[in-house]
Ligand binder design. Structure first.
Ligand code: 13P
Length: 249
């Protein structure tokens, strides 16, 4: 199985376009020849700059969200075609912060995943349990449900194009990383779920990332786990040196 490790940054609501420009120039130099695939998911206002400055580099660019409608009266939203026209290749969908603060539901996540695939943008589909759910021992059921609903309506061939990111909410921005074993066992269960529903080919070829306080010090161990194919990195993706270490982990 050749699932290439993906080091994906999620900048969240950080960096102005001018800050992004100087950061990306430095990053491009620093991750040149990195071992892993490198992706940065940046705010809408930085996309054009990011795409331009990464042309001819090994860095791909993603958005952090998009709408599931094609166009129309949806004030404040951004469509798949708008992203495509800029040259954006990836989009984060269903991040827990969007689910928590902006009423993103499993249903809208599903609609967005379907739209992204239809348009040829790679969705980075986020899932993960809260601390309460972990303590209630419903992590596996919860994450399976999120994944099954999010992928509903996709063919097996299309599921393989999705990047899944397992991000336990209690580990995001808290400095409290899941242990390698905790992270790997949920990623393994997501893969088992894909195997049951879509078969071996999909399970063996779909990339599953871990996210939640990934940093320069823990990335190598996490990425070495059987079922973890890289990371979705928040805070540490905002520092060139740290993200470069992660890109080589
Ligand atoms: P941190 O790496 O800052 O914990 O954020 C993780 C995350 O939410 C990435 O999407």
């Amino acid at each position: 199985m050749a699932r290439k490790i993906l080091a994906a940054g999620n900048w969240k609501m950080n960096k102005t376009a001018s800050e992004a420009a100087s950061f990306i120039k430095e990053l491009a130099e620093s991750v040149k020849g990195a071992k892993n695939e490198v992706l940065i998911c940046v705010p809408f206002t930085n996309l054009e700059t990011a795409v331009k400055l990464t042309e001819g580099t090994n860095i791909s660019v993603g958005a952090e969200n998009m709408d599931y409608h094609d166009s129309g009266a949806y004030t404040g939203e951004v469509s798949a075609d708008m992203l495509l026209d800029l040259g954006v290749k990836y989009v984060v969908i269903g991040h827990s912060e969007r689910r928590e603060y902006y009423n993103e539901t499993d249903k809208t996540v599903n609609a967005k995943v379907l739209k992204a695939i239809e348009k040829g943008i790679t969705p980075v589909l986020c899932c993960g349990e809260s601390l309460e759910q972990r303590e209630d021992n419903i992590t596996f059921e919860w994450v399976r449900m999120q994944i099954k609903i999010a992928l509903k309506g996709l063919s097996a061939e299309d599921v393989k194009k999705v990047v899944i990111a397992y991000e336990p909410i209690w580990a995001i921005g808290t400095g409290k990383t899941a242990t390698n074993e905790q992270a790997d066992e949920v990623c393994a269960d997501i893969r088992a779920c894909l195997r049951e529903v879509y078969g071996d080919d999909v399970a063996d070829n779909t990339r599953i990332l871990y996210g939640g306080s990934v940093n320069a010090g823990n990335a190598a161990e996490l990425f070495a786990m059987n079922d973890i194919d890289g990371g979705l990195v928040g805070g540490a993706s905002l520092k060139v040196a740290d993200f470069t270490t992660i890109a080589n982990a």
